[in-house]
Write a protein that binds this ligand. Structure first.
Ligand code: NAP
Length: 485
């Protein structure tokens, strides 16, 4: 914490109606690299969640009535402050989440890019005029802010998952309440401090930090004044929250889990495929929703790919994210490590072979070695579950048809990747994959200009891009009649 230059960015209370709100109890925030407590944070609950929704409701009328240009100016201030404080925000993020500092800086830039993007995009919300069926009528379509938006976000991208939602909501004219993961509240509160400095009016952006996810979640999903609920997290929790939203028929968008295939065809550039696999697998210690989860390799290039991939993974340095030399940081907790250990063990029991790593690192209980498993079959637990850790299972295949069937054989449909050169194959495979996002000869696919989101049980709605505002807008049709003389 000493290295943080602007100490006022470290906040420990919920931010509601433009003020820092005290609660009666506290909870601890822990550094996953050292298992040491960083600080304690006031523990908000149902009362604060209700208060935040009320504040957002009170602020809605004036915020939505502002011109998109006025809102853009304020959002642009927020973006500038995030860029200006990138180093401090990244350090706070690494301390509570664990990812290497360079990755944390990348996340702050990525999060800020959505604020910049939607500040601009908010000016381009267009309505429509439609030819009416009779001469004395006119049909006009308006797009209006949906209202109060509530959000729940996970710990793996504690800045960007909030920025991606809040920027779109605020640009559309909505007000916003977010409950971040209890494991990473500090990044969210630092964003609130910068929102305050940027001039975002009171009640427009609220952060409720508290341990009781279920209780706060019930307020945010069932409150009649919340018009739209947006969630990023696991599919299991997402399904529960969709159910809770039913009682008030909220508009819902969900960014849920994945089981991304990464396919290396026989005509692939193997070196590029190795680079792509490393980037898409080991970033954030394998804890991203778009991480490669099953690496399918054509059997004719299996030996070549496996050798080069193993050599490259062996060079990755595991360590505390604050150390310059670290490539892969800790996982979020010792429990997350045990889940991965269990998946590896049960797959090895079924015949998989550990060819690299496969152990908890002695430096700390939250560190799991970058691992490669060979001789994996698609039915093994490591291939059917979302691993969410630094383990790459390699599955051999023969031909396009077989691998497309295997890749699509999952309830998930978030991201997929493939490496090939033949242009006919590229089109066939891209169109056949049942995924919301497909990286073709590319392992890093997410940016503010592109629509991020999944198919099947990976969710609905899109974040970022020109489509990202739609989830925060209502379409209203005006029928103007009586025009005949
Ligand atoms: P999770 O258990 O679903 O938690 C996500 C968030 O929901 C956290 O803030 C959590 O709070 C909260 N939560 C948990 N149970 C809740 C309940 N009953 N009511 C209300 N809130 C509840 O997911 P996770 O393991 O932390 O995060 C990883 C998952 O997120 C993975 O499946 C990953 O694929 C997915 N993800 C998806 C995307 C995407 O864009 N599609 C992006 C990132 C992550 P606490 O943490 O405080 O318990």
């Amino acid at each position: 914490m000493q290295a943080i230059k602007d100490k006022h960015l470290v906040k420990t209370h919920s931010y509601i109606n433009g003020q820092w709100h005290k609660s009666h109890s506290t909870f601890a925030v822990t550094n996953p690299a050292t298992s040491k407590i960083i600080t304690t944070v006031d523990n908000a609950g149902i009362v604060e969640a209700n208060l935040a929704v009320r504040s957002a409701k009170s602020a809605l009328q004036s915020w939505s009535a502002m011109s998109a240009h006025q809102r853009a100016t304020i959002l642009r201030n927020w973006f500038n402050l995030m860029v200006e404080h990138q180093d401090d925000l990244a350090r706070i993020l690494t301390l509570e989440q664990g990812k290497p500092l360079a990755e944390a800086k990348g996340e702050i830039a990525y999060g800020a890019s959505f604020v910049e993007w939607f500040a601009e995009e908010g000016k381009r919300v267009y309505g429509d005029t439609i030819a009416a069926p009779s001469a004395d009528k006119r049909i006009v379509v308006l797009k209006q802010a949906i209202g109060v938006v509530a959000a729940i976000t996970p710990w793996n991208f504690p800045n960007a998952m909030i920025a991606r939602k809040a920027a779109a909501a605020l640009a559309a004219g909505c007000t916003f309440v977010v409950r971040p993961s209890e494991q990473t509240p500090l990044s969210a509160l630092a964003m609130a401090e910068l929102a305050h400095r940027a001039g975002i009016p009171e009640g427009v952006f609220n952060v409720v930090v508290g341990e009781d996810a279920k209780a706060i979640g019930e307020v945010l999903t069932q409150h009649p004044d919340v018009a739209k609920f947006t969630f990023t997290g696991s599919t299991a929790v997402g399904k529960t929250l969709i159910g809770q939203c039913a009682s008030t028929v909220k508009k819902v968008s969900m960014e849920l889990g994945g089981n991304a295939p990464f396919i290396v065809f026989d005509d692939a550039d193997i070196d590029a495929a190795v680079d792509g696999a490393i980037a898409s697998k080991y970033r954030n210690a394998g804890q991203t929703c778009v991480c490669s989860n099953r690496i399918f390799v054509d059997e004719s290039v299996l030996a070549q790919f496996t050798e080069k991939f193993s050599q490259a993974v062996a060079k990755l340095k595991l360590g505390n994210g604050l150390e310059q030399t670290t490539d892969v940081g800790p996982m979020i907790s010792a429990q997350a490590v045990s889940k991965v250990e269990q998946l590896v063990k049960s797959s090895v029991d079924e015949g998989a072979t550990v060819i690299l790593g496969g152990k908890v690192e002695p430096v700390g209980s939250s560190f799991y070695q970058p691992t490669i498993l060979a001789n994996v079959s698609p039915e093994m637990p490591i291939a059917t579950n979302e691993i969410f850790g630094p383990v790459a299972p390699i599955i051999a295949f023969r031909g396009e048809a077989e691998v497309i069937a295997m890749a699509n054989n999952t309830p998930y449909g978030l991201a997929a990747y493939f490496y090939a050169r033949d242009i006919g194959r590229i089109w066939r495979v891209a169109e056949a994959l049942e995924y919301g996002m497909v990286g073709i000869n590319e392992g890093i696919i997410s940016n503010a200009a592109a629509p991020f989101g999944g198919m099947k049980q990976s969710g609905n709605g899109r974040e970022g891009s020109k489509y990202g505002l739609d989830d925060y807008l209502e379409v209203k049709y005006l029928c103007m009649g009586g025009l005949a003389k």
